[in-house]
Design a binder for this molecule. Sequence first.
Ligand SMILES: Nc1ncnc2c1ncn2[C@@H]1O[C@H](COP(=O)(O)OP(=O)(O)OP(=O)(O)O)[C@@H](O)[C@H]1O
Length: 591
Amino acid sequence: MNEKPKIQTGTVGKLIVFAQDCYGKMAASVFLAVIGILCGMIPYFCVARLTADFFYEEQTMKAVVGWSTLAVLGLLLKMTLTTWSSMKSHEAAFTVLKNIREKLTRKMERVPMGVMIDTPTGTLKSLVVDTVDKLEKPLAHILPEMISNIFAPIAILVMLFAMDWRMALATLATVPIGFVILMGQMIGYKEKSERYIRAGNEMNNAIVEYVNGIEVIKAFNQSASSYGKFTDAVKFFRDSTLDWWKGCWLFSSIGYTVISSTLLFSLPLGAYWFRTGMLDFSTFITCIILSMGIAGPIMAATQFVDDFAVIYQSVEQVDTFLGQKEMDRPSAPVILSDSEFEFQDVSFAYKDTEVLHHINLKTVPHGVTAIVGPSGSGKSTIAKLMAGFWEATSGNILLGGQNIKDIPFPQLMEHVGYVAQDNFLFDTSIMENIRLGRKDASDGEVIAAAKAANCHEFIQKLEYGYDTKAGDAGSKLSGGERQRITIARTMLKKSDVIILDEATAFADPESESMVQSAINKLIAGKTLIVIAHRLSTIKNADKIVVMDSGEIVAEGKQEELLKNCSLYNRMWRDHITAMDGSVLEQEVESC
Ligand SMILES: Nc1ncnc2c1ncn2[C@@H]1O[C@H](COP(=O)(O)OP(=O)(O)OP(=O)(O)O)[C@@H](O)[C@H]1O
């Protein structure tokens, strides 16, 4: 595994990387917004000019119509250009969201399984859907609106200074005071916004967990309100939102009131300068009207401070996930001498807890290697290391003489078929669920695999046969039927090595023989590694590996282990007793 260097650029730099195929749209959006602002200035001038003419009694009907038409034209142009700019910025924003989501999902495929398992589903869903979604509004609106809202007051101020610098300063006077007051909102802003986002994530996780666990919650007569984790998360979200709001509202209401009071100084001072002859009437009126156009955009621009915080938080969350360690594999296929797995002094830790210690193990090529041991002894972890879901913390794992780290993922997946403990079916048709084994398999091949895995009959009985969605059929499928579908999927793959992780764990007794016969067809002529609790299913294995507390304590054939391994002997007796006490003596003797 190689540590991917964390991208060092700031938030804007990271965003720019995601936006690389839409620079043109962003530039167009900025250009259109700026021109729109300039057009938006026209009505102010027209109104100022009309007012001044009115007071000097120089107004003609022609001038009134002319200035009014120009004002309306300016407004129309502003609206058209702003809408156009907004369209461009939305196109760019949605492209950025698409790029980020694609990057995140590609990353999920490359990080070790551990990262996916250890990250709560709610957090992952929240990252790909909600966190990325939060970027839409600021990204789509910041470009045209922020630019308009900053550029418009600047343009007005430039004009004010050009007309009369004293009126310009009088107009500006309240703005810095208002800003200083608004800055009060920033006290503890980082902590509060982080707490708010964390609370949102926790609430998401709790809701996903609650929905996933609804069966258990109902079975134990709990409800949303009594499921403590859920109610705590909702309460925490409410508290952190309120806490943030309480820290802001006073500063924001006073700050915005002060900023919007641009007439506070300009009107009395302007009137005084006009009366004392220091300012002509036309300039006075034009300045007053123009100054009224400053406050609105400035206040709107300050709203984007929150959007910057959202962008910062969202981009950082995305970047943290993208910065995770990846499982680095070469792309060039290697030659595998056979289908034997070899563990050379392999240890493995989930985070800091080592669960496998110095494992040395060779599987039997074209034979059956069974891994048995008490619960938690590390059997599934060995299977997952073989399937490449994680990498060994130390030591080497070889397949066909090659270090597994040197085998490209697609090649490893082609050679190794893994039937997991929980047989996950996607909510597509049964046909597509089986075809996952080999995406170019024809319908005929899928049906042949289903027949071999003893599932053709029950699939045909479903409402739409192979076209029935697994989600719709889910409740009608027994554990054994679901298992046979996954076996059909694995059959289609035609791998040399099959790993069965507790493959019969969910089989109801009635369908166990069906599952067993499907497995027998699946493994014919292949290398099989089976992790099983039901020792009777693996008693004829070519090699049985006995695990205890993350170590291999014995290996050999059943007869040898019954004689030499007290743990295996005990497990065998317990198993037989559980099956049927009467068979015990007979089975033990026959070994
Ligand atoms: N994702 C994980 N994160 C942390 N610890 C884990 C994880 N998965 C398993 N473990 C721990 O690793 C140890 C070995 O687990 P493993 O599932 O390999 O045992 P097992 O022998 O297959 O158990 P079982 O027969 O009950 O399935 C256990 O102590 C388990 O709690």
